[in-house]
Ligand binder design. Structure first.
Ligand code: SF4
Length: 236
């Protein structure tokens, strides 16, 4: 668990699961995979299994002990709805989120079918923000799945954005995040692709968070879009 996070749109990460497996094109240069392998090589006990899916029951109750309210990114090193995690363990994580009402939890998944399977068994309190990742037109179905859930706050992370998503419908969505891919082998994100999402978000009055342009050196390209920083959040 990291108490503070370098991820631009959150304050802390909570990882009761580590490890994952690739499910779509957006996973190609998975940051969690690279970091898990590095942490294993550095001798971190938590990452002794590298990028293999592993549960960490010992950190399950940690958010309950954090007194100061935080925005907590859940399972930044995995996918909460991974097929190797039992229903019971997933539901236990959500119970912790329900009980830690002073924090806001951000749950982001690419496994929207599993999410739908469990949707009715989850108590969607308004401190749980639920998001799906959409990287290209093949993953637009995740937005439809997200809309079918009972989550009160729904968001989409378009990162890494790999395509111009012309058939986008953001009705019922409360927040969008856009970002290009970073690091070695990063794929290019065109400005026109960002424009498509920005215009749809503005039309529907949805807060827009522009994370970064990405590239091999993400700091060099920065995070200005049309000459300004967009770090908007929904108010809930
Ligand atoms: S779903 Fe996320 S954590 Fe899992 S392999 Fe893909 S990018 Fe990595």
């Amino acid at each position: 668990m990291a108490y503070s996070s370098s991820i631009e749109w959150t304050d802390a990460t909570w990882n009761p699961i580590t490890g994952c497996s690739k499910i779509s094109d957006g996973c190609k240069h998975c940051y969690a995979e690279r970091l898990s392998k590095r942490l294993k090589a550095m001798g971190s006990q938590k990452y002794i299994n590298g990028f293999e899916v592993t549960t960490h029951k010992e950190v399950l109750s940690e958010p309950l002990m954090w007194k100061k309210p935080r925005n907590v990114f859940v399972n930044s090193m995995s996918d909460t709805f991974h097929e190797n995690i039992s229903d019971e363990y997933i539901l236990e994580m959500f119970k912790v989120m329900n009980n830690a009402a002073h924090h806001k939890f951000q749950v982001l998944t690419k496994r929207s079918s599993r999410l739908l399977d469990l949707n009715k068994r989850i108590n969607w309190t308004n401190n749980i923000w639920l998001g799906v990742t959409v990287e290209d037109s093949n993953s637009l179905f995740r937005i439809k799945d997200l809309k079918k859930t009972g989550a009160i706050v729904k968001f989409i992370s378009f990162e890494p954005l790999l395509d111009n998503l012309k058939k986008l419908n953001l009705d019922g969505i409360h927040w969008v995040i856009v970002g290009g891919e970073s690091g070695a082998g990063a794929r290019i994100m065109e400005k026109e692709w960002v424009d498509t999402i920005f215009h749809e978000a503005r039309e529907k009055k949805i807060p827009f968070f522009f994370k970064q342009w990405g590239g091999v050196n993400k700091k060099k390209k920065g995070r200005l879009y049309n000459g300004q920083e967009y770090s908007e959040y929904p108010i809930f």
